[in-house]
Design a protein around this ligand. Structure first.
Ligand SMILES: [Zn+2]
Length: 187
């Protein structure tokens, strides 16, 4: 019995192999983007194994998080709404939050993005991932609020999460659910 569960665990570990990339940087780093682990190493870095060994716990923690999100994704369903309904909803949420946060938005763009739900440019343009069309209202609201909060604080630091928690006290739970939805909608 114990043996069987170990086998399953190994299979999941195999499945969750991460990507190793080489770039013109000075120090190696680990990144966890939407659903993917990346080890980014300086060009010519000759001992990736050692670096990964050093950060084993961090990697395992993230892998466990991914496994949990995949499990949770099985219980979720994509929300069905028309493109018009979606565009109207996004427009009204943006209007609401730009007033609440005293932020200006110039244009709203829609396109399919591979690594993020949305982005907000320095020029005040919001880009919405068309995958958001199948998210529940609360998640859509959260993503937009999150992006508009970046006007005040660019980085994901304590100050940023404090601002986000003013409206979304349960932001950690929503963030986790967004990983699950990401897996569900990118299947
Ligand atoms: Zn952010």
């Amino acid at each position: 019995m114990a043996r069987k569960s170990k086998k399953t665990e190994n299979r999941e570990q195999d499945f969750l192999k991460f990507v190793t990339k080489y770039r013109d940087i000075r120090f190696p780093r680990l990144e966890f983007k939407t659903g993917e682990l990346e080890a980014i190493l300086p060009n010519g870095y000759n001992d990736p194994g050692r670096f990964i060994q050093k950060h084993r716990e961090w990697i395992q923690g993230k892998q466990k998080f991914i496994i949990d999100c995949l499990k949770a994704a099985k219980k979720l369903a994509a929300v069905r709404r028309s493109r018009d309904e979606f565009v109207t909803l996004v427009g009204s949420i943006i209007t609401h939050f730009t007033q609440e946060l005293s932020v200006k938005v110039n244009s709203i763009y829609y396109r399919k993005m591979r690594t993020k739900w949305a982005s907000f440019s320095a020029r005040g343009n919001v880009t919405i991932n068309t995958l958001m069309r199948n998210l529940p209202n609360k998640q859509i609201e959260y993503i937009i609020y999150h992006e508009l909060t970046h006007v005040t604080e660019r980085h994901h630091n304590d100050r940023f999460w404090k601002l986000v928690s003013r409206r979304f006290a349960d932001y950690e739970r929503i963030e986790a659910s967004l990983f699950s939805y990401w897996f569900l909608l990118n299947k």
